[in-house]
Design a protein around this ligand. Structure first.
Ligand SMILES: NC(=O)c1ccc[n+]([C@@H]2O[C@H](COP(=O)([O-])OP(=O)(O)OC[C@H]3O[C@@H](n4cnc5c(N)ncnc54)[C@H](O)[C@@H]3O)[C@@H](O)[C@H]2O)c1
Length: 341
């Protein structure tokens, strides 16, 4: 059977991982990499041995056959490049966040429906064994009524991460810490407990005045539409290194806490008439040195795209789910003006 042809736009930290994962999957093939940074050409051509383009438009005009385009550029480009890829007749794998506004995410969804093409959103934390286990426990109803869900995301992002001249830290290009750092955990919460309402919050900038356009910390609380209340407490002001990303669930029939840097360690589980199963170990995170890292599950994303296009599975995170996460963050940010001063 012919391999599924992928191209990756954006050859930075995560774009290279997409390219590697595509080349490692036996049923997929990398046909091109695109990045506006000409300085990457030699490295890309020698590592991946595929054509390198410095403009997305030039690649689309090249005539190179391609079925899937992975969008791994800065956040503000996800919507326009996903739409261009769909208009070109390709399926899209869109890095998180899907867009920086709900309106842009809707445009992607609309174009995908119109073009009969799929949009896969990259929320690879869903594949970690603790996340899969949480999903199965919550879906089984073993917890009974959900009372409280608390998400704590306390990470370090300092001058080693926010470099002058980059897109990270700019409100129009990055969007804010909930979009860039913590959207994975908002996705997990939405996946487990659904949509939120009655949002309240307070935000504070402790030590990013010279690094970002937006605040580094917040306490946000809300009600789940399905019942129970929740909160997200987040900060990138932590000194030196990431502390944790955790979820604590207090429910009628039991309590759970999953912690670690990426919600990747079950720290507590006590549920009525329930025996916690042995979980497979979580993958060690990607390590980008000072850049920090991310949960290392991107190979599952490519596997899921291949399986879905071959009719063996369904998309793990579909476009509507990607949109809901954007909408939730937008609604949280509506509480304040993210621009300082
Ligand atoms: N899923 C995850 O865990 C995860 C982890 C890290 C980053 N990301 C997401 O991936 C995206 C990229 O992040 P990164 O850390 O790799 O950033 P990066 O800055 O390392 O890479 C972005 C690349 O895009 C290129 N680029 C900029 N404008 C372009 C354009 N118009 N056309 C083509 N290329 C262009 C840049 O030259 C750069 O090489 C972001 O949206 C980020 O949120 C996701």
């Amino acid at each position: 059977m012919e391999k599924i042809k992928f191209a990756v736009v954006g050859a930075g930290h995560i774009g290279k991982r997409h390219a590697t994962m595509v080349q490692q999957n036996p049923e997929s093939e990398l046909v091109a990499l695109i990045d506006i940074n000409e300085a990457l050409r030699t490295e890309i051509e020698s590592t991946f041995k595929v054509p390198f383009f410095t403009s997305f438009e030039a690649f689309l005009k090249s005539g190179i056959k391609c079925e899937v385009i992975n969008v791994a550029t800065p956040n503000y480009l996800h919507a326009s490049q996903s739409i261009m890829a769909l208009e070109h007749g390709c399926h899209v794998v869109c890095e998180k966040p899907m867009a920086l506004t709900k309106a842009d995410a809707e445009e992607i969804l609309f174009k995908g429906l119109q073009a009969h093409k799929l949009v896969f959103c990259v929320m690879q934390n869903r594949y970690s064994p603790p996340s899969e286990w949480l999903k199965s426990v919550v879906s089984s109803g073993a917890l009974g009524k959900i009372f409280m869900v608390q998400i704590n995301c306390y990470w370090n992002r300092d001058e080693r991460y926010y470099k002058k001249g980059g897109w990270k830290g700019l409100v129009e290009q990055d969007g804010g810490t909930l979009f860039t750092q913590f959207s994975h955990f908002i996705d997990i919460m939405f996946w487990l407990f659904g949509d939120i309402q009655n949002i309240q919050g307070k935000f504070k900038d402790f030590n990013h005045q010279d690094l970002t356009d937006f605040e580094d910390s917040g306490f946000v609380s809300f009600d789940f539409k399905k019942g129970g209340m929740g909160s997200i407490n987040f900060s990138t002001s932590v000194w030196d290194k990431n502390l944790e990303s955790s979820i604590t669930i207090i429910a009628e029939n039991g309590s759970i806490k999953v912690g670690g840097q990426y919600m990747d360690k079950v720290e507590y589980c006590h549920i009525k008439d329930y025996q916690m199963p042995e979980l497979a170990p979580s993958n060690p995170p990607n390590d980008y040195g000072a850049y920090k890292g991310s949960a290392a599950n991107h190979h599952y994303i490519i596997e899921n795209v291949v399986d879905t296009l071959r009719g063996r599975n369904i998309a793990t995170t579909n476009a509507l789910e990607g949109l809901k996460v954007v909408e939730m963050i937008e609604n949280i940010y509506k509480l304040k003006n993210t621009l300082k001063g």
